[in-house]
Design a protein around this ligand. Structure first.
Ligand code: ADP
Ligand code: MG
Length: 483
């Protein structure tokens, strides 16, 4: 196995990396680090979770120095990503004593100004807030020698391209450009040509090759059947950590409220959730205080969470790429994962696209029957009782005696079981109707219908984090309220 040292990384940095638990480079790091160290521009593509931050971060900190002013500028599409990248860079450069300022909107600009005055070597930020600082003249880029566009595909999707162009125009030096992306669609290649002249393209294997451990299923469901089908899957699969993807913010709100009302430990994540709340939710998810994260594509994009055992696409993703990203949240680092995609019968062409990319048919999963669900619940209760028997529960003895005074043990157990089993099923909730994806033209008359189809997809994407209908809404307790 290659070592960081063999790639030309200094001992000082290797030791910081070891402290982070990085002992050998990942595939993308092994390929990219030597190029970046030599000063060449790089366009790199690798799936989410493959270690792209290290691929640019490690060589970057080797190329800059403590007293050269702000030398590296890293642009990321969202606050979370900026935060994650910034924190990783702090750890990677720990032995070099570099200062990393993380700059994004939604928090105090004054504090950021103070932070920038402490002369960091590295700035990580979202384009909007960086531009604010440039315009206020609180951030000068005249010493910058290295620029990274992280999650470049997402920056394009989110419409940041003009912002990026503006920021780059403010850098006068000859700088090294690194463009990192999870996918490499045409617009990214064009972007690379625009911003770089001589550059290396580094690609790693496809998600499918890297992730043979994801078991993928599809389930054909009418809109009105989705919620109860989901419950059945959750009961039988009993995920340790699950992400459920919904198409709109409203959908995410309703679904996470519904799941909470049904007794699941669940939270929703989408673009309208405040920054501090988001970080709090992610933390809860990471330390297992919530079991289910309901999210829109945008909100979940690029966020690094390991240990996700199940992904449920409650709504069909817009396209194959989005599908690949979503299911890539599970089955990481050699763990196995399960991905279940719900689809409305009219969305079948979208499934066919995914299948043709995969090169195989998807396994279909029908919703579980009540009998199957109960069987799973019962066997779990038996397991839990077995575990419980090993525990010291003497503190409950007096309660036990009081209960046994009421009737015989068998009857008491049955009453308690009824309480346990039926807590999750009492609430009856209906979600608002969500329109399925726009119908695609069939393959044989594609040439005629293609353009329209593309446009529709674009519109869908634009709306993807927006609510579409507002007939009903549910409060936290799952009660239906008029909005
Ligand atoms: P990407 O940007 O490609 O989605 P990240 O850079 O966020 O991926 O890395 C994903 C996870 O892998 C992070 O938790 C990171 O700490 C870990 N990681 C990255 N490089 C290494 C390495 N060389 N050894 C061990 N873990 C690593
Ligand atoms: Mg990343």
């Amino acid at each position: 196995m290659t070592t960081f040292q063999e790639l030309g990384v200094s001992l000082e940095t290797v030791s910081s990396l070891n402290d982070m638990g990085f002992f050998n480079p990942t595939g993308i790091q092994e390929e990219t680090i030597p190029y970046v160290l030599s000063g060449i521009d790089v366009l790199a593509q690798a799936q989410t979770g493959s270690g792209k931050t290290g691929a640019f971060g490690i060589p970057l900190i080797e190329r800059i120095s403590k007293d050269g002013g702000i030398q590296a500028l890293i642009l990321a599409p969202t606050r979370e990503l900026a935060q994650q990248v910034g924190e990783q860079l702090r750890l990677m450069s720990k032995n070099k004593n570099f200062k990393v300022s993380i700059i994004f909107g939604g928090t105090s600009i004054e504090r950021q100004i103070k932070d920038i005055k402490k002369s960091p070597q590295i700035i990580v930020g979202t384009p909007g807030r960086i531009i604010d600082h440039i315009n206020r003249k609180t951030l000068k880029l005249d010493t910058v020698t290295n620029i990274v566009l992280d999650e470049a595909d997402e920056m394009l999707n989110m419409g940041f391209i003009d912002d990026v162009r503006f920021i780059l125009s403010k850098v006068e030096n000859n700088y090294q450009t690194l463009l990192f992306s999870a996918t490499m669609p045409k617009p990214i290649m064009e972007l690379a040509k625009q911003f770089m002249t001589d550059y290396k393209v580094v690609k790693t294997m496809s998600l499918e090759e890297l992730n043979p451990n994801i078991e993928e299923f599809a389930s054909l469901l009418k809109e009105s059947e989705k919620l109860s089908a989901l419950e059945g899957f959750l009961e039988v699969h009993n995920p340790k950590l699950a992400i459920i993807f919904g198409r709109t913010k409203k959908r995410v709100d309703e679904l996470s409220s519904a799941l909470s009302a049904k007794g699941y430990l669940s939270e929703g994540l989408h673009g309208d959730i405040t920054q501090s709340k988001r970080l709090e939710i992610l933390k809860k998810f990471k330390n297992n205080t919530i079991q289910i994260l309901v999210a829109t594509d945008v909100a979940a994009r690029g966020i690094d969470i390991s240990g996700v055992t199940h992904v449920y696409n409650f709504d069909m993703p817009q396209d194959t790429e989005s599908y690949t990203h979503r299911i890539g949240r599970t089955g990481r680092a050699g763990n196995s994962g399960v991905a279940v995609t719900f689809l409305n019968p009219v969305e079948m062409p979208y499934l066919r696209d995914i299948e043709s990319k995969k090169g195989e048919r998807m396994k279909m999963l029908r919703p579980y029957t009540e009998k199957e669900i109960n069987k799973a619940r019962y066997s779990r209760i038996i397991d839990e009782v077995e575990q419980g028997l090993k525990k010291d529960l003497t503190n409950l003895n007096s309660l036990t005696e009081k209960l046994l005074d009421l009737d015989n043990a068998e009857k008491i157990i049955t009453v308690l079981l009824d309480k346990i089993i039926n807590t999750k099923t009492e609430v009856n909730i209906e979600l608002s109707y969500e329109r399925p994806l726009t119908r695609k033209e069939s393959k044989n008359n594609r040439s005629r219908g293609f353009r329209r189809d593309r446009k529709d997809k674009r519109n869908n994407r634009k709306n993807s984090d927006k609510s579409r209908s507002d007939k009903k809404f549910f409060d936290k307790k799952g009660k239906r309220t008029k909005k």
